[in-house]
Design a protein around this ligand. Structure first.
Ligand code: ADP
Length: 393
């Protein structure tokens, strides 16, 4: 009995070309012009192999492949997805996605190897079949669409559940490793500071200089560990707020005072407009962390002699905090990414972890507030934080 090849493509030219090649090579050829026809031809005529195009009306090749590979009667039929690099596809990497959907092979229409030569090794592996063409009845388009939508939900559910599990495992790992780092770093810091302060005997200026550099590095590692612990805690839903009445005006002034040395060293102008006694209900330490993360960035990314403006205003039931700088600005494309974890815009190689803004965003959200950035490349950046005066009940 001749081996049966099902050619699925919406192009009559491909049917003609492949049809002639396969018939000449001694195969029986079946034709389907779209996804629905392909599924029915596969169920009712049980081909030995399917050559499947991706871009087709009604259902694309990937979906046809998913459906056939999920069904008891068709899952063992080898499916070769064929496309060309130049044709439009819904995904960036059609080859990877073909295998992901269950295809057994992938052939580029523009490659010199003929389809017949390509499929032979797949056919050699399958035993000759006894066919019973009346075994399955054709399905209506609605039945196929319903089966497909159930299948997509099933696969999406499995994938999302798997990703969630992986994410939880990764979070637990990051938390464990960060904890393991925390105590040794503290021990190292205390020990190094003792030596620097000559608690263990005199040190030379050269040794002091070296020690200061090492302590700076230890501090940097310490900040990374704290950020990682914070983000893991937030993601695990374990970050709690110690809610109290907070004088945001005073908190702002406190943070600004803490940066006085940096402002002076960089010869920057820090202009502030902070009316007294603006209160919100929230966690003082967490709000301080938000302000530090945003203000620190503005001071860090703005070059020497630049300007940073800090403004606090009350607007009905909200307090609005704006931190604006004359730094390099952020492109529209990057504005959408900077609140994502570990995103660092490569042109700016300043010290940092890429966790400052995601932590700030999550903490603001925990307070029922909003945070966003307004910027244009080369025109400075403005970060806006809006907090409710009292949290929503
Ligand atoms: P980082 O540790 O890299 O500063 P953040 O999460 O705080 O991480 O910020 C993410 C990225 O957003 C930074 O790497 C930087 O590219 C950009 N960014 C943040 N604040 C500013 C700013 N004021 N001016 C220009 N770019 C900024």
């Amino acid at each position: 009995m001749k081996q049966r090849i099902l050619i699925v493509d919406d192009s009559p030219l491909i049917h003609q070309m492949y049809g002639a090649q396969f018939e000449e090579a001694g195969f029986e050829v079946l034709h389907a012009q779209d996804g629905i026809e392909a599924i029915n031809a596969a169920f009712t005529q049980m081909p030995d192999l399917i050559l499947l195009d991706i871009n087709m009306p009604k259902i694309n090749g990937y979906q046809v492949c998913r459906l056939l590979k999920d069904h008891r009667d068709t899952k063992t039929i080898p499916i070769i997805i064929e496309t060309s690099k130049t044709s439009a596809t819904p995904v960036a990497d059609p080859k990877m996605w073909s295998f992901e959907t269950g295809a057994d092979g992938y052939i580029d229409k523009e490659e010199p190897m003929t389809a017949v030569d390509f499929v032979r090794p797949f056919l050699a592996k399958i035993p000759a079949k006894k066919r019973d063409d009346s075994q399955n009845k054709p399905m209506t388009e609605t039945e196929i669409m319903t089966a497909l939508s159930h299948l997509l939900d099933k696969q999406l559910y499995v994938n999302v559940t798997h990703l969630k599990e992986l994410n939880e495992r990764k979070n637990a790992f990051v938390t464990n490793v960060s904890h393991e780092f925390k105590s040794p770093l503290t021990v190292m810091k205390v020990g190094l500071e003792d030596i620097l302060n000559e608690a263990c005997g005199p040190t030379t200026p050269q040794q002091k200089e070296n020690l200061e550099r090492v302590i700076q590095t230890v501090n940097r590692l310490g900040r990374l560990v704290v950020d990682l612990l914070d983000i893991s805690k937030i993601e695990a839903g374990k970050m709690t707020l110690n809610v109290q009445k907070v004088d945001l005006s005073e908190l702002m002034e406190e943070v600004i005072r803490a940066y006085a040395v940096m402002v002076k060293e960089k010869k920057m102008h820090l202009i502030k407009d902070i009316p007294a006694n603006l209160f919100v209900t929230g966690d003082k330490d967490k709000l301080m962390q938000v302000i530090i993360n945003v203000l620190h960035n503005s001071l860090k990314y703005t070059p020497q002699k630049g300007k940073v403006m800090v403004q606090l205003k009350k607007w009905e039931k909200e307090v609005r905090l704006e931190i604006e700088d004359t730094g390099p600005g952020i492109t529209k494309e990057n504005l959408e990414k900077i609140f994502d974890k570990f995103v660092r815009i490569t042109a700016e190689k300043r010290e940092g972890t890429g966790l400052g803004l995601p932590i700030a965003r999550d903490l603001v959200l925990l307070h029922g507030g909003k945070i966003w950035a307004e910027s244009e490349s080369g025109k400075g950046s403005k970060f806006v934080i809006v907090l409710p005066v009292s949290p929503a009940k």
